[in-house]
Structures are given as structure tokens and as C-alpha cells.
Design a protein around this ligand. Structure first.
Ligand code: ZN
Length: 197
């Protein structure tokens, strides 16, 4: 199995570890951004990382019927982890701001789920997917992520299995030293939108 350092090396080698001044999905600012989409540009590399996570899930004794992930970040990862585990895979997406199942996705009551998300910072989207699964009569047995940026601080109330756990400093916008310095432009990496503060 890959060690955390080996997994991180793969992230770096695919250009998925960005340095600069970033606005995270949570709204916080950071000098580091894990752009997992870059990892999935290289399917052979993504396969290795997701296989290691699938192994870790098995080691942790996680037994599930299905994999679900929040769009968009978790979709590719969910697919590959589900493929490794031999499980069906669906994803949840927002409609009018609410996490929901579209595209004819459904499941039987009592189905056990692994929720996958590429990078967990505050875990907001994952928590919404957990609520969605429960509201539809499913059970969430574990959360799995490639990167836990909270370094173990996020509590989902279920097993949380991740490959890379790191403590990346992030700031509320008003406390951000990069904003105060004003030298590096703030970007939202997902969309490449440049924000004026
Ligand atoms: Zn900032």
C-alpha cells in the first residue's frame, strides 16, 4: 500500500499541489490548494491512489453496498474507488442550492454507503450528502477522502478513512496575511476566477 508520502508524491508529480493565494470552497483563504482534477488527468496515477484508499477502507473493516460522492470534485474519485471495491457508484449534485439525487439515481432503503470526497477541508458537502442519504432511508458507514486538509479535526460521526492527512493553514478572509500583503492575487482554483477583494 502507498504511504502518505508516496501518495503525496503522486499528487505533486501530476501538478495537483498548487502554491499561491487561494479561495477554498469553504470561503477560507490558503497558500496551498490540492487540485485533484490534475491527478485525474493521469488515470494510471489516479488508479494507484484510489486503490490505496480502497485497501485502507477494507483494512478499516468498512462494508458497504454503494459509493456516493458530492459533485463535482468527488465524482471521478467515487467512480474509481467504487470500481476498486466492486460497488455501484452514484453522485449527488446541487439543485437550487440543495444536495439532491438526479439522473434517475436511486437506492433501496437500508443501503449502506461510503461517501467519497477528494479533499475534505471543513467537510460541508460531505455532511450534506450524509444528510441526503439518511433522508432517503440509507445508512452512511464511512467517509473516504484522498486528502484530509483538516488533519483529523472534522468529525462526521462515522468512520473517516483518508490517504493523506495534512494540516494546511487556512484563514478567514479578514485574517488572511496574503490579503494583507496584497502581493499575490486571490484565485479560486476550480474556476480560475480572479477575485477582487
Ligand atoms: Zn487572502
Amino acid at each position: 500500500m502507498l504511504t502518505q508520502e508516496q501518495a503525496l508524491d503522486i499528487y505533486r508529480s501530476t501538478g495537483a499541489v498548487l502554491k499561491g493565494h487561494f479561495k477554498l470552497t469553504s470561503g477560507r483563504h490558503s497558500d496551498t490548494y490540492m487540485q485533484s482534477a490534475k491527478l485525474f488527468v493521469m488515470p494510471d496515477q489516479a488508479e494507484k491512489v484510489c486503490a490505496a484508499l480502497a485497501e485502507k477502507l477494507a483494512e478499516a473493516g468498512v462494508k458497504a453496498d454503494m459509493v456516493i460522492s458530492p459533485a463535482i470534485g468527488g465524482i471521478l474519485m467515487g467512480y474509481e474507488v467504487a470500481r476498486q471495491l466492486g460497488l455501484p457508484n452514484i453522485f449527488a449534485e446541487r439543485e437550487n442550492g440543495e444536495m439532491t439525487l438526479r439522473r434517475g439515481f436511486s437506492f433501496e432503503k437500508g443501503a449502506k454507503f461510503i461517501v467519497t470526497e477528494d479533499v475534505v477541508t471543513t467537510g460541508g458537502s460531505v455532511k450534506e450528502v450524509i444528510e441526503l442519504v439518511r433522508s432517503l432511508g440509507g445508512e452512511v458507514v464511512a467517509v473516504a477522502s484522498l486528502v484530509d486538509r483538516s488533519n483529523g479535526k472534522v468529525d462526521f460521526g462515522v468512520k473517516f478513512v483518508n490517504l493523506i492527512s495534512m494540516d494546511v493553514v487556512s484563514y478567514e478572509p479578514e485574517d488572511c496575511p496574503l490579503c494583507k500583503e496584497g502581493k499575490i492575487e486571490l484565485v479560486k482554483p476550480g474556476s480560475r476566477t480572479v477575485f477582487k477583494k
